[in-house]
Design a protein around this ligand. Structure first.
Ligand code: 48F
Length: 257
């Protein structure tokens, strides 16, 4: 057993892959349920997709279910997606399906990676690349450990035809675009409006209605949509998140054509 071979295998294979993904079709910020679903459907269409996740674990807010009861609820429209991913659901009442959040996250992650999307965890999106007359054209990345330790270390950049902000409640990429270049987003104020109090029915509908392009080169999916447009949060119903992920993938495939 050669320790150096083990070290080489890890560093070389990671570096090869990272270099290969410096120029992608789609870069997704955030590996929560919407980012993972988007990655799965994009990769299934042969789109070169990289997902960058700040944390060690992927899955975002899905692990914890509702208030740490590790169950999620989805509605009729989302059930076929969970079926396709191989997640077991139980109909609790007509139109309300319960799933184990641990199984759901694991399945989304596995299917996303097996479909061909690459997930780079422990990497934070800290800035965007703006080119071609104010179009978002890539992401600026750093190790999350660098950010957490407040080290003065410069980041690296990746180029992307389209960027998807799937960073959840914080809508971080959209906020960066507004802050850094004073961009006007496709929202009522031109800025990130901020999410409104919990209202599952409206939150879910608004999310699906507004998933899409919010600025040239930049799309939003999942909870980031509600944060950007000023729509209600929806709590532990997760159907809208995965529907939004599928929808943003389909839209991006069209845009790439
Ligand atoms: O928050 P998150 O799960 O977003 P989502 O996919 O789903 C929202 C639900 O979990 C829940 C909800 C359901 O009703 O309201 O909140 O829209 O996943 C977002 C992921 O993005 C990562 C973050 O760690 C999380 O895993 N993230 C956030 N900012 C960055 C980031 C960043 N700057 N760089 C990289 N990853």
């Amino acid at each position: 057993m050669d320790d150096i071979v083990i070290s080489k295998a890890i560093t070389q294979s990671f570096t090869d892959e990272f270099v290969n993904y410096l120029d992608v079709d789609v870069a997704i910020a955030g590996a929560g349920p919407s980012g993972l679903t988007a990655g799965y459907y994009l990769a299934r269409k042969g789109v070169k997709t990289a997902i960058y996740e700040r944390k060690l674990s992927i899955g975002g807010g899905m692990w914890g279910g509702g208030m740490m009861f590790n169950r999620i609820v989805v509605q009729d429209e989302a059930k076929p997606i969970l079926d396709e991913m191989g997640v077991t659901t139980i109909e609790y009442q007509p139109g309300y399906y319960v799933a184990d959040s641990v199984e759901a996250v694991s399945a989304l992650c596995y299917q996303c990676v097996k479909a061909g999307a690459r997930i780079f965890n422990l990497i934070s999106v800290e800035d965007v690349m703006i080119r071609e007359e104010d179009r978002v054209s890539g992401l600026v990345l750093n190790w999350s450990a660098v950010t957490m330790a407040n080290l003065h270390v410069d980041p690296l950049s990746i180029k992307s035809k389209w960027v998807i902000d799937a960073t959840g409640h914080d809508a971080e990429v959209c906020r960066i675009v507004v802050r850094k270049i004073g961009a006007r987003l496709n929202t009522s104020t031109g800025e990130v409006v901020g999410e409104k109090p919990m209202w599952a029915e409206h939150g879910e509908k608004d999310l699906v209605a507004k998933t899409g392009e919010v600025y040239p080169g930049l799309l939003t999916s999942g909870m980031a949509v509600n944060a950007v447009y000023g729509y209600p949060r929806m709590g532990p119903i997760f159907g809208g998140m995965i529907i939004s992920g599928k929808q943003v993938a389909e839209l991006t495939v069209e845009l790439l054509r």
